[in-house]
Design a protein around this ligand. Structure first.
Ligand SMILES: Nc1ncnc2c1ncn2[C@@H]1O[C@H](COP(=O)(O)OP(=O)(O)OP(=O)(O)O)[C@@H](O)[C@H]1O
Ligand SMILES: [Mg+2]
Length: 374
């Protein structure tokens, strides 16, 4: 097979009724190469889960095409399922069974030979630090343990492509580290990984490439190092008494990329980033200091966090004669990424489609989903 392992072009999806469709994916283009780790990074409601559900054959797209290992996700769904695993956003394990029983059941569902499953289950329980709890019912597991069991289940069959939907949301920092270690091992063993996340740090830790999704479209993509180069490892965040003060400092060229932190303006809720669509971070022109919006009283200056640089920034601010009310050095957040790359803050969009139900509940696609589960 030539070409990317996962190749999606112009994926579209709306929920809601035929008369009042609520668009959720608006032309998603995304690829995953053999051996690669791609992170789809975006805020709540951006369309991450919807994209993963389409790529893993659980949901039919309204438009666009997608292939996995050369198989069409709509027309060759059964072939696609042979080469993938999916670990959804919510743990899908049976609470009444033990961890070991859950894995064995998944092995049977995947039609794996019984003997192979037994050895593999033991290996996975070990790898995920669940051996001691293996014969306890899952109802007694913590959230992190359930999540690890879920991930283990997705690895029984050594998939070529693994889809992981927000693998560490809700985990504590230590469980998150453990999860990252396991995921890295899986990738080292030859599985290509497509994950979604809301965490910049997670994308940075795991991904070779990050695709930023917002409002149902991939608005920028590139290597995490590029992302960091653009956004900065950290930033000096300065809050002023008035927007006018901030504007004085902002226009004084205190840093190379002084960015105002503003709530998204109503005017920005249309489609403001059409021109930024799929811009690789790398090939974007160096960002000039953005004009600071009038209503902004907080400025953000990317920094490497060194004493020397922070001092330079503060000296430059002092030279303007304007005192900030407070300042701090802060790690970048998803909002900072959005602000830097799209010029607006990440928007949490929860479009409740009329009669659409929860993100998990399908109506029109039920048969496809059921077929997938069989
Ligand atoms: N079956 C459905 N019926 C109606 N609306 C839906 C359905 N599935 C998803 N949506 C809506 O589509 C939008 C995108 O949902 P999706 O689950 O893809 O977002 P997400 O990026 O995964 O968000 P999160 O970070 O919260 O998991 C949301 O506004 C959601 O309410
Ligand atoms: Mg989701």
């Amino acid at each position: 097979m030539s070409g990317p392992l996962v190749h999606a072009v112009g994926l579209r999806k709306s929920f809601g009724s035929a008369r009042r469709p609520v668009p959720v994916l608006d032309g998603v283009d995304v690829t995953l190469a053999e051996g690669e780790v791609v992170a789809l990074l975006g805020p709540n409601g951006a369309g991450k889960t919807t994209t993963v559900r389409i790529l893993s054959t659980l949901l039919l797209p309204d438009g666009g095409t997608a292939t996995v290992a050369g198989h069409d996700v709509v027309h060759d769904a059964a072939r696609v399922r042979e080469v993938i695993s999916l670990t959804g956003q919510y743990a899908a394990v049976d609470e009444k069974q033990t961890g070991r029983e859950n894995l064995a059941m998944m092995g049977r569902l995947a039609h794996l030979p019984r003997r192979a499953v037994r050895g593999r289950v033991d290996d996975l329980l070990d790898a995920f630090d669940l051996a001691a709890a293996a014969d306890r019912r899952v109802v007694t597991y913590s959230g992190g343990m359930r999540r690890r069991l879920d991930l283990a289940a997705g690895l029984l069959a050594r998939p070529r492509v693994m889809f992981l939907d927000e693998p560490t949301t809700g985990l504590d920092p230590r469980s998150r580290q453990t999860m990252w270690e396991v995921v890295r091992q899986v990738v080292a063993d030859g599985t290509s990984l497509f994950l979604t996340t809301q965490y910049l740090e997670e994308a940075d830790q795991l991904a070779d490439r990050v695709a930023l999704i917002d409002d149902g479209r991939v608005v920028a993509e590139g290597a995490p190092s590029e992302l960091k180069r653009r956004v900065g490892d950290a930033a000096v965040e300065l809050t002023f008494a008035t927007p006018e003060d901030a504007a004085v400092v902002g226009s004084a060229g205190v840093g190379p990329e002084v960015l105002g932190l503003a709530a998204p303006s109503p005017a920005a809720s249309g489609r403001p980033f059409a021109s930024a669509a799929s811009t690789p971070f790398a090939s974007s022109a160096p960002t000039p200091a953005r004009p600071v919006a009038a209503a902004v009283a907080t400025l953000r200056v990317p920094t490497d966090g060194s004493v020397a640089h922070v001092r330079d920034v503060l000296d430059a601010v002092a030279a303007t004669g304007v005192e900030p009310e407070r300042w701090e050095v802060r790690e970048p957040t998803l909002d900072d990424v959005f602000l830097t790359l799209t010029g607006h803050a990440a928007r949490t969009r929860d479009r409740s489609a009329d009669g659409g139900g929860s993100p998990g509940g399908e109506s029109s696609d039920q048969s496809h989903a059921e077929e997938a589960a069989a």
